[in-house]
Write a protein that binds this ligand. Structure first.
Ligand SMILES: Nc1ncnc2c1ncn2[C@@H]1O[C@H](COP(=O)(O)OP(=O)(O)OP(=O)(O)O)[C@@H](O)[C@H]1O
Ligand SMILES: [Mg+2]
Length: 362
């Protein structure tokens, strides 16, 4: 703790104040600044940002309780520890002292040794608190850097790899080359899928994800999602079907709804046996457009349903994946002011569904 700690002492009784300053500075290696009114104490606190403020409850100008409240709502100094000195005959005001934001109370007349111990312990707490804040800031910075690393150094090249594989696949290749290219394509898509999910979780958790709602043709989104998911479906000979009306318009954030559908379809494919079908349905109802992703796969038990949408939640023994897909889907649908649900019984497939606002027809 080799930092210079500052203590602000606020007591309208000048004699008491200088005695306390003397006692603390004699016993501890801290700098003590005196002040004799509430206003003066607040001014010095804002200027010097002390680690600890020793307040007399009966300060003139602003009393100790009100000053404590003021300090706790001032962004620059609210982390300062507060030790409130309360006279014996105001013992019943201890509750008010705690409610006002004081970290500790000490009875007056102040017992010197007790005061020294309390000051020392509050300074220690403030020191560790500051360290924690610094660590948090560092972690936040690292998270931001990691986020930009994922976006630029992983996502961009991956997208380019996938794009170029499509060009190679279009050119005439031998069957053997085509199969290898398809394997690379699938692996790259899975990697891009994971990168996108990580990126989304970090954005959601840092609150850095505004909603950009627009009116769009739902079928257009389905086509994009199907073309993205086709290689994964083909690998298991699964057919992707759209069973809604082609003209349905939706009002929502295109990118986010796309991510939701990708996550739901990826699950539907993953948890279905080979040669089944996965269906997206969209229906206009009174409350909005009901969108469903339906599969004929393993289904989900009632107990598993409770935890499904939590972060990192997977069924026991689940292999692969991170357990983030449904957490992200739920958060993104929440952002639309809606909810995501699942209807399912074990062994009878699953239908995940949510409602979005109807979009204006163009
Ligand atoms: N359509 C489904 N049928 C059966 N179980 C499902 C279905 N969708 C999700 N689950 C269950 O819910 C769990 C959580 O799904 P979620 O998408 O969040 O994670 P994941 O698919 O395991 O991993 P990730 O999506 O991060 O790759 C899955 O592990 C699975 O147990
Ligand atoms: Mg998933």
């Amino acid at each position: 703790m080799d930092v210079q700690h500052i203590i602000l002492l606020a007591d309208s009784n000048i004699q008491n104040c200088s005695q306390l300053k003397y006692d603390i500075e004699y016993a501890l290696p801290y700098t003590v600044i005196e002040s004799h009114s509430g206003f003066e104490a607040l001014r010095i606190a804002l200027e010097k940002k002390p680690d600890l403020i020793l307040l007399d409850s009966m300060l003139s100008g602003i009393n100790g309780y009100d000053l404590a409240r003021q300090i706790k709502i001032s962004p620059d100094i609210r982390t300062a520890r507060i030790l409130l000195m309360v006279p014996e005959n105001e013992r019943d005001k201890r509750l008010e002292a705690i409610e006002s934001g004081a970290d500790e109370i000490i009875m007056k007349p102040v017992e010197k040794t007790e005061m020294i111990f309390r000051v020392e312990s509050l300074i220690r707490i403030k020191y560790f608190y500051d360290q924690l804040l610094l660590e948090r800031e560092k972690i936040h910075k690292m998270k931001e850097e990691f986020l930009s690393l994922i976006t630029h150094d992983l996502k961009t090249p991956l997208t380019s790899i996938i794009g170029n594989i499509q060009i190679l696949l279009l050119n005439h290749q031998s069957e053997k080359d085509k199969n290898s290219l398809k394997t690379i394509d699938l692996a790259s898509r899975n990697l891009l899928f994971l990168v996108n999910n990580l990126l989304n979780v970090m954005r959601i958790d840092s609150g850095n994800m505004p909603l950009a709602a627009e009116n769009f043709l739902f079928k257009r989104l389905v086509e994009e999602v199907f073309s993205m998911m086709q290689p994964l479906a083909q690998k298991k000979k699964i057919v992707l079907k759209f069973s809604g009306e082609n003209s349905i318009m939706v009002h929502g954030d295109f990118e986010k709804v796309r991510q939701v559908l990708i996550n739901l379809i990826s699950n539907a494919i993953k948890f279905s046996p080979e040669e089944e079908s996965v269906e997206i349905n969209a229906k206009e109802e009174e409350k909005g457009v009901v969108i469903q992703v339906i599969d004929q796969g393993s289904g989900i038990s009632e107990t598993d349903k409770q935890r499904l949408f939590q972060k990192f939640s997977q069924r026991k023994g689940e292999k692969g994946g991170t357990g983030l897909g449904l957490y992200i889907a739920k958060k993104m649908i929440d952002m639309h002011g809606s909810e995501i649900h699942v209807d399912s019984k074990p062994g009878q497939g699953a239908a995940f569904w949510f409602v979005l606002q109807k979009g204006k027809k163009k």
